[in-house]
Design a protein around this ligand. Sequence first.
Ligand code: FES
Ligand code: FES
Length: 166
Amino acid sequence: MTPHPFTESTEVVLEVNGTTHRLSVPARMTLLDALRDLLGLTGTKKGCDRGECGACTVHVEGQRINSCLALAAQHDGRSVTTVEGLGGRTGEHPVQQEFVAHDALQCGFCTPGQIMSATACIREGHADSPEEIREWMSGNICRCAAYPQIVSAVAAARARTERAGA
Ligand code: FES
Ligand code: FES
């Protein structure tokens, strides 16, 4: 039976950054709130909470999504990667390193979402030019307008990926 959206919880299993979590979540709880409030993974940011800013971008089964628009219960059994797990056991991901190297942030609030989106953008093959990066990263808003540095960082990470033959 479908749980009542306001009063009932449902059990979900999420694999987050390689660790399996069994959670009891209210039926209307977003994936963003589950990550932040139940798992303490506050790297994923809540900006607009309505799909407009990209601050909440995570990967589900390798695909980037706005976690504020997804219900946690919808993703039962799926694999989620947040900015905390992006680098894996090796430490910082090349995209994270290039954001630092290119000073691609000011306040940093949008940065986790930018990095998660950029990683997917490169993997999708949508980062072959500055124009393409701007277009395919257009769902990630930066109120500090660090866009030139962000584009440079993504282009550099894309070039590293190419050199590595990935
Ligand atoms: Fe999800 Fe803005 S917080 S898109
Ligand atoms: Fe401040 Fe992007 S660095 S919002």
